[in-house]
Structures are given as structure tokens and as C-alpha cells.
Design a protein around this ligand. Structure first.
Ligand code: SAH
Length: 386
């Protein structure tokens, strides 16, 4: 029996973000371990999950929705699950505390500057979301104001005041999203202050991150995760490595010192631009990045008879797809390191990779990237059966 205790956050019921709050941290880990064993145990031994020493305030990316409450007061926070009602959040157990303060101050400033929040029902107003990202090592802070329109009348004094209140902010970006979609960020952007990107250091390498690029939200555990991924790759300096679903190139770049060359493929063009800049930023001459669908790229490799020695793959929650996995079987690299943020789609994909004995699962390592939530990250090492 799991012993429940009072959730530490008063918003536990309304917000829904931290599903495991009623469990003390060691029990959260036990529960995740049991889930991993249930889903992945058939493929081999599941190593004990690596948890955090301090599991609070780990999220370095915070996104707040802005809206009016029933009394037409401005509120900011998260959407109540399954609705478009915003649950006001002042402080969050898992979010970066500085990011939360910046968001709270922006909310107060809206009143002073008479800036309206966007109202979905009337399709009127300006500010929809605020996204804050803070570099873990660098301390650089990016604020992205997501608005329904590019016209920002009090822009200059607003940004000036925000920088006075928070001199730690290194860049402010206006992102325009005038569509009705659940996606927070729109396509158009205007830099209002600073370089429009932040830099951070991870695993000893520098990374530039732009507003729309994916970057892991828990930097402490990301170093643990990538450390395991690179260890499993067991590179000797002669290998051609494919980093599939590479984002801004973090895994491939972290592994590059041990490889002959690294090729990264990623769908998001902004992330690919960041990855190319990141290779340059670190003075790396053996990393190449290309924009495109990982499955298509893998198929082309298989067709042209190119064979990577090691493949890292780190797909989104939906997992990989048939195209990628079949091409991966065909190209038959020596080792595949699968980094997954969803053990269910991971199990599905592992079944495809191990079918007929093409690959064998050698190691399974869960890492707790998202304490208090039910999510769990896993690194799996597969090797080709000779
Ligand atoms: N390895 C990176 C990014 C992982 S997140 C890191 O650790 O930071 C998954 C990435 O897959 C995202 O950057 C997303 O844009 C990308 N992606 C999603 N579908 C893709 C596809 N079909 N082909 C290539 N990349 C894809």
C-alpha cells in the first residue's frame, strides 16, 4: 500500500500538473520504477531509477497562460485540465522561482501599462502567454511575450520597466500567435531586447537556445540522462553517429568528442539552426545537422547504403514511426541508444526493433526528469545481433 500524505501545493486538485503530489518523493520513485518494470521488464532488467537530491523547482522553462477571471481581474497560470479556464498560479513547487516572480511582475505591470490580456471568446486583447527560460549554468534569462498581434503600443517603456525589475533578464522576444490553436508559440517573432536567444552549458558544452527550439526542462537530470546515453554509446573515436530527433544538437554534441563524426536530423528548422550554431560555438568540426523528418532521412540512408555505427534516437512522446524503425533495422547500426519520455511508446517501438532478433535490449535505465508528475524518462541500449 502506498501511504498518501497531504499534497504540499494548494493547487493540487485544480492544476493537475503534479499527479504524484500525495506521495513522498521516495514513493514516487518506487511507483515509477514499478511502472517501468511493468512496461519494459519483458525486454530485460530495469536499473533502479535515478532520482533527484532536491526534486523541487527543477523546471527551467515556465509557460503561463494569461486570462481574465469571472471578476475580470487579470490572472496567470495554467489551464485546468480539459478546459480553457486558467488556474491562477503564484508559486509552483516544480517551477523555477525566478521565472515565477518574473511572470507575477508582468501580470502586475499589465495593469499599470493598461495592456489587455487576450480573450478567446471575443477574440480581443493582446497578451496570451508568457514563456520564461533560464539557463541553468549561465543564469541567462529569456522572456517571450506571446501576443495576438504584432502591434505593442507601450513596448519601449514596458520592456524598460521589466528590465529594471529584473536585471537578470538577458533577452525579451515578442512572439505573435493570432491563431486558435493549442500551440503556444506562433511563427512570427520580433526581438525587443538582447540577442533573441539564451546560451547555457550542459555536459561541458555551450548551447544556444531560441524561443521555439526544444530544450530539456530539467537541466540537473538532463546531464545525468545524456551521461548515460553517451556511456551506452561506448564510442571509440572511429564511429559515425546519427543523432535522430536531435533538437538543438545536445546529445550528439555531448557525444562528439568520442566520435569520428556526428550527423543530426531534426524537423524544427529553428532547432537545426541552433544546432549548427552550437557546433560552431563549441569549435566542433565533426558535427553536421540537417532539417527534415527523421524517418525519411533514415530511409534515404538505408536506400543509399549508408550505415551509421551508432544511432541516438530521442523522439517526442508519440514515439518513433514505422518508417524510421524499419529503416533502422535495415541499416543495422552496431548500437542504438533510445532516449524516451514515454515508456508506453518506447515498449511499442522496442517490440518492432527486437522482432525477429534484429536488435537485443542490453540496458534499461529510468531517470526521473519530472518529479511530482507521472512522467518518466528512460535510456535504453540496444545492440545489433550478429
Ligand atoms: N534530442 C533533443 C530533442 C528531443 S525532443 C534533446 O534532448 O534536447 C524531440 C525532438 O524531435 C524535437 O526537437 C522535435 O522537434 C523533433 N521531432 C519531432 N518529430 C520529428 C520527426 N518526424 N523528425 C525529426 N525530428 C522530429
Amino acid at each position: 500500500m502506498e501511504e498518501a500524505h497531504t499534497p504540499p501545493c494548494p493547487l493540487y486538485r485544480k492544476c493537475g500538473g503534479c499527479q504524484l503530489q500525495t506521495l513522498p518523493y521516495p514513493q514516487q520513485l518506487r511507483r515509477k520504477q514499478a511502472r517501468e518494470i511493468a512496461l519494459l521488464g519483458a525486454f530485460g532488467h530495469v536499473e533502479p531509477i535515478i532520482g533527484m537530491d532536491d526534486p523541487t523547482h527543477y523546471r527551467n522553462k515556465v509557460c503561463a497562460a494569461f486570462a481574465l477571471d469571472a471578476k475580470r481581474h487579470i490572472v496567470s497560470g495554467v489551464y485546468q485540465p480539459g478546459s480553457h479556464r486558467v488556474v491562477p498560479v503564484e508559486e509552483c513547487l516544480i517551477e523555477d522561482a525566478i521565472a515565477d516572480r518574473i511572470i507575477a511582475d508582468i501580470r502586475d505591470m499589465l495593469r499599470d501599462f493598461k495592456i489587455q490580456v487576450f480573450d478567446e471568446r471575443s477574440d480581443r486583447g493582446f497578451l496570451r502567454h508568457v514563456l520564461v527560460r533560464r539557463g541553468f549554468q549561465s543564469g541567462e534569462v529569456m522572456v517571450v511575450l506571446v501576443a495576438a498581434s504584432p502591434v505593442f503600443p507601450t513596448q519601449k517603456p514596458f520592456v524598460k520597466k521589466l528590465l529594471e525589475l529584473h536585471p537578470e533578464i538577458t533577452t525579451v522576444v515578442l512572439n505573435v500567435n493570432d491563431r486558435f490553436t493549442p500551440v503556444v508559440l506562433g511563427e512570427r517573432e520580433k526581438v525587443l531586447f538582447g540577442p533573441g536567444v539564451i546560451e547555457d552549458t550542459l555536459c561541458g558544452y555551450r548551447f544556444r537556445i531560441s524561443p521555439r527550439s526544444f530544450y530539456q526542462v530539467n537541466p540537473v537530470q538532463t546531464e545525468v540522462l545524456y551521461g548515460k546515453a553517451v556511456e551506452y554509446a561506448a564510442l571509440t573515436g572511429t564511429e559515425t553517429v546519427l543523432d535522430a530527433y536531435c533538437g538543438v544538437g545536445t546529445i550528439g554534441i555531448s557525444a562528439s568528442a568520442g566520435a569520428k563524426q556526428v550527423i543530426g536530423v531534426e524537423l524544427n528548422r529553428d532547432a537545426v539552426k541552433d544546432a549548427i550554431a552550437n557546433a560552431r560555438l563549441n569549435g566542433l568540426k565533426n558535427c553536421w545537422f540537417t532539417a527534415g523528418d527523421a524517418g525519411e532521412y533514415m530511409q534515404r540512408m538505408a536506400r543509399d547504403g549508408h550505415r551509421p555505427d551508432v544511432v541516438f534516437m530521442d523522439p517526442p512522446r508519440a514515439g518513433s514511426d514505422e518508417r524510421f524503425l524499419q529503416a533502422l533495422r535495415k541499416t543495422a547500426p552496431d548500437r542504438v541508444v533510445y532516449v524516451s519520455c514515454d515508456p508506453e511508446t518506447l515498449a511499442r517501438d522496442l517490440r518492432i526493433l527486437t522482432a525477429g532478433g534484429a536488435f537485443a535490449v542490453r540496458r534499461i535505465q529510468p531517470v526521473d526528469m519530472f518529479p511530482f508528475t507521472e512522467h518518466v524518462e528512460t535510456v535504453v541500449l540496444l545492440s545489433r545481433n550478429a
